[in-house]
Design a protein around this ligand. Structure first.
Ligand SMILES: [Zn+2]
Length: 142
């Protein structure tokens, strides 16, 4: 998607966490803790990746995109498919997307990437001018 902005990649954090696990300093149970909600989201809203699970190596990871934003209303905090993201991006003001990889075999999960989508707020139509506009309209009505 070319409309992604403020993309943040978490590959470094992922690598250092995995190094901790491989070295035995962090328990597998601590990192393979995907809850039922996340696993269900992976099943119904996830998309397959080509990356094999770094913990169990039994399957390819599923990517789940979570959307967050005040402007999304009840949609905020839910998992969305790629098609839904495109639709939301065209119709909503800025919101953030967190992409989480999930292994549906061993429950490994980690934040992969976050970015911003949505219609950028109109440039420099300041709050003051819209308030002034609102006030003048109210005066006209009264
Ligand atoms: Zn796994």
């Amino acid at each position: 998607m070319r409309i992604q902005r403020q993309v943040v990649d978490y590959a470094l954090q992922r690598r250092s966490l995995l190094a901790e696990v491989y070295a035995g300093r962090t328990g597998v149970s601590e990192v393979c803790d995907a809850g039922p909600y996340l696993l269900r989201a992976a099943k119904f809203h996830g998309r397959a990746s080509s990356v094999v699970c770094p913990i169990c190596r039994k399957e390819q990871l599923t990517l789940v995109s979570w959307v967050f934003g005040d402007r999304l209303g009840p949609v905020s905090g839910s998992a969305r498919t790629s098609e839904e993201l495109v639709r939301l991006a065209a119709t909503h003001e800025e919101f953030s997307v967190h992409v989480v990889e999930v292994c549906r075999t061993c429950s490994w999960n980690h934040l992969v990437q976050s970015y911003v989508l949505g219609v950028a707020p109109a440039p420099k139509r300041t709050r003051r001018s819209s308030q002034a506009h609102e006030a003048s309209r109210r005066t006209a009505i009264e």
